[in-house]
Design a protein around this ligand. Sequence first.
Ligand code: ASP
Length: 590
Amino acid sequence: MKRTVTCGDLRKADEGKTVVLNGWVHRKRDHGGISFINLRDRYGITQVVVDEDSSSELLSATGELKMEYCIAVEGRVRARPDTMINPAMPTGEVEVVAVKLEILSRSEVPPFVIDEKTNASEELRLKYRYLDLRSQQMQRHLALRSKVTYAVRQYLTGLNFYEIETPTFIKSTPEGARDYLVPSRLYPGQFYALPQSPQLYKQLLMVSGFDRYFQIARCYRDEDARGDRQPEFTQIDLEMSFVSRDDVLSLIEGMMGYVFRETLGKELPSEFRRISFDDAMNLYGSDKPELRFEMQMQDGAFLAELGTFQAFRDALSGGGKIKCLVVPGAAEKYSRKMIEDLEGTAKIYKAKGLGWMKASAGENGVSLEGGISKFFEGKAPEICEALGAKAGDLLLFVADSNGTAACTALGAVRTRLGRDLNLCDPSAFAFAWIVDFPMFEWNEEENKWDTAHHMFTMPQEKYLDTLESDPGSVKGDLYDLVLNGYELASGSIRIHDPELQKRVFKIVGFSEEEGQKKFGFLTEAFRYGAPPHGGIAPGLDRLVMLMSGETSIKEVIAFPKNSFAQSPMDDCPSPVDQQQLDELHIKIIE
Ligand code: ASP
């Protein structure tokens, strides 16, 4: 019994038709001899009715049915009586009166009920992922993922991009993480690496003249399981020749606009806001700010001299910053205990404390109370005027002799307040570009400079002369796309001059020899007329996650690993046979 319609197709206009449906028993109810079966497939749910005067064969097959049995039903479409119409179901105006029913496959009692969304534990969901994926929510997420990927391909192909695959067995590509290695059977003691990204290959494709490349690329990074990381994830990787930063940014703005319009019917602004890295840190305390609400941090340097609070004075004289956040109307809402809780957030980010005051209406205008207000006796009007605070506002402060630390800690409090005070519209998408990043970061542990993004990023031209003498102040020609507090993409204009590339290798501590050994093939390629080029790589998992309103990429990956980089379903990683190890010349040391 091959299906003639899906479980999402039937409407009132189909009344009287004879149809065949294939699907899974979602629910079954018996009402005084009549059975109602909700039959489910990827397209929807249709109610099937088995009347009590049906053939004995049909009745006995129906009697056997349990949840998740896979069946075929032939029947006639009948309009439901007005009182039985279910407006919540697209097929809710009709039902199919069964005349024949065949069990295609029986199911054991599933470990959890398949529903709109299961509330089983993550471990159980991943162990039985094939069942978890039957839930309407997971079906919707993977459908969206497929549509997003298709829209990306349409958009880029339409703009003359070629989709080109690059190898997954490569020589290690440094993106700052550990490589997954693949031992070579043919060459004892030698290894391939799985790509952390196709970075070097896409640059080589530019040298080859392909000009506009993209790939829906799987990337592998062996990082410690932390937060929402997956050992493998997918990027929309792209690269273009003869472009400047703004060409790449507007290409991505166009692509996101197209993808959101085609898949969610949502219009995005034609250009996204651009914020320099320095401003992002100063105003929001993060290089991936949540911009669905503003509530910018302010500079409170004037407070050091205005009052007698020693911690503020020490922070400033130590070369640091006093940062302040005015939280409108929150004075009443936040008890001392709740403020202590916020302080906990600031302390995670190494703040020494979280200063606070509450603005209220006093006899002579605004007054400041509580917390550190005693250090600012009589100064309330001046402080409130300078910070734009009104009666009823809560004022929060972090001061530190390390200015960046002050920004980061108060920024974390800002993000948390955004959540706690429901300042983020769940249906909004606040995109922004963060530009003018520092090119190098100081690595405290190893006592050396690292590149902030990767080693192939072009330093901004005005810093070329001071690259070696003052690496800390060099800005790179690199950009991040952020969305709702997440980093969605990183990219840069690349170095295409072999000499400049060697200078950057040297600053991050690669000897000429080491640079030659690891990336000699790239600098060699640059000697043959390498075009100026640049690119970017938006994370597909994150994009679909944010579009689905989820907070974990596992919700949009068909078969993800758990938080410990394991797959509870097929139980990997797992030991292999001794013979396989021998062939690979590998000895396990316990
Ligand atoms: N390869 C970079 C990354 O994975 C992206 C890029 O620079 O295009 O972050």
